[in-house]
Ligand binder design. Structure first.
Ligand SMILES: [Zn+2]
Length: 392
């Protein structure tokens, strides 16, 4: 929470509004008295703040609860489903353009492979997609709060400079500027796994957690280390690179010139390569097919998934021994497939040596994670100060 400038009663009202709204987002619907109890605020304060949030339509009153004796209580729930964040996610091979509402629910998503990997061309493609989607939504009741974008590479969110994004061959590209220069809406551009960690904390598997280790397995591998509510960025935004984490002796040569790197066992591409090599799926199969085959109970596919889950579990245990988080969340299509988390958890538990119990969980967002992650920073800004997005 941003408390700078805190001091006037107006500021205090905004802080309280943010607290009330976040409580309803995470735990709602709730009666005013329940919100007051959870936050340690006076009931009159909650009533006053809620009135302003009801007025702008971000909260609404639910069905009165008549089960208790006395006056029925009226729960407050999140309103404002017409408010959306437009999103752009820059993956290794494709662009996802989407829309996410203020509950963090993905309303739309379209995916297109890159025509041309040049930064200008990719930015142009995203602007076209976002413009088309905004035009489509404008006809209805929808209000666009802003644009949230994320990339699976090293990025400095303060400058928007992508320090490195190997899949497209980018180094020190001022991509944030290319993307948002002419954009008149509020916008955020950051790294996907950091966005995902924030989304998990707001509405997913890490609700109520200020500290966690977030892992991502997709076309790339990544991690976010969240400490006291802030994800570590480090020089050039490169924190969380686990692709070249050394694991065992598998002997696969890596693009970095070494062997035995984690990404040679654990990206979608690496798992698929080995499944095809073992004859588990056809050479033309996608990772989605492989996950489906495992979910359908194919023993060889399940065994491969379990083996890779154990590799990630041991790597996560080594990282956790170092940073000692209370929670580890794993996201991506493979980690959220059936059977992955039990094998991951078992290997993680066995390899750990740590101060206290560490809970592990799968991401709440499955395959929608990149789009929801892209919306997270803008959603967070909205929940910090909903009135700033409602000038009327
Ligand atoms: Zn490597």
């Amino acid at each position: 929470m941003q408390l700078t400038g805190f001091g006037t009663s107006e500021d205090l009202g905004r802080v309280n509004a943010s607290l009330v709204l976040r409580t309803v987002l995470a735990e709602g619907p709730l009666a005013r008295a329940e919100i007051a109890d959870r936050l340690g605020l006076r009931r009159a304060t909650v009533t006053r703040v809620a009135a302003r949030l009801l007025e702008i339509g971000v909260l609404r009153e639910g069905e009165p609860n008549r089960s208790n004796p006395g006056r029925p209580t009226v729960p407050l729930e999140l309103g404002g489903h017409d408010r959306v964040v437009l999103t752009a996610h820059f993956g290794t091979r494709e662009l996802r353009v989407g829309a996410v509402n203020i509950r963090g629910e993905m309303l739309q998503e379209s995916r297109r492979p890159y025509r041309d990997p040049a930064p200008e061309a990719v930015a142009e493609m995203a602007r076209e997609g976002l413009g088309a989607l905004a035009g489509e939504l404008r006809g209805g009741e929808t209000r666009v709060l802003g644009v949230g974008a994320s990339i699976a590479g090293w990025v400095d969110p303060a400058t928007g400079v992508v320090a490195r994004f190997a899949p497209l061959g980018w180094t020190d590209v001022p991509f944030g500027r290319l993307l948002t220069d002419e954009l008149e809406l509020p916008h955020y551009f950051d790294q996907t796994v950091r966005g995902l960690a924030l989304a998990e904390r707001m509405i997913g598997a890490a609700r109520g957690h200020q500290d966690l280790l977030m892992l991502w397995v997709g076309n790339v591998l990544g991690a976010a280390i969240v400490n006291e509510g802030a994800a570590r960025q480090g020089p050039r935004g490169a924190a969380g690179s686990i692709a070249h984490f050394p694991v065992g002796e598998h002997g696969h040569a890596c693009e970095c010139g070494r062997t035995d790197c984690l990404q040679q066992l654990l990206t979608d591409g690496a798992i698929l390569r080995d499944a095809i090599g073992a004859g588990i799926v056809r050479p033309s199969a996608s990772i989605r097919t492989l996950v489906q085959v495992a979910e359908d109970g194919d023993e060889a596919a399940m065994a491969l998934m379990a083996e890779r889950a154990a590799v990630l579990g041991r790597a996560a245990a080594a990282m956790s021994n170092l940073i000692n988080p209370p929670l580890v969340v794993a996201g991506g299509l493979v980690p959220t497939a059936r059977g992955f988390m039990p094998a991951f958890t078992e290997a993680f538990e066995r390899a750990g040596e740590r101060g206290g119990e560490i809970r592990v969980a799968g991401s709440a967002f499955g395959d929608a994670a990149p789009t929801i992650a892209s919306a997270a920073f803008l959603l967070d800004a909205f929940y910090r100060d909903p009135f700033a997005f409602d000038p009327a």
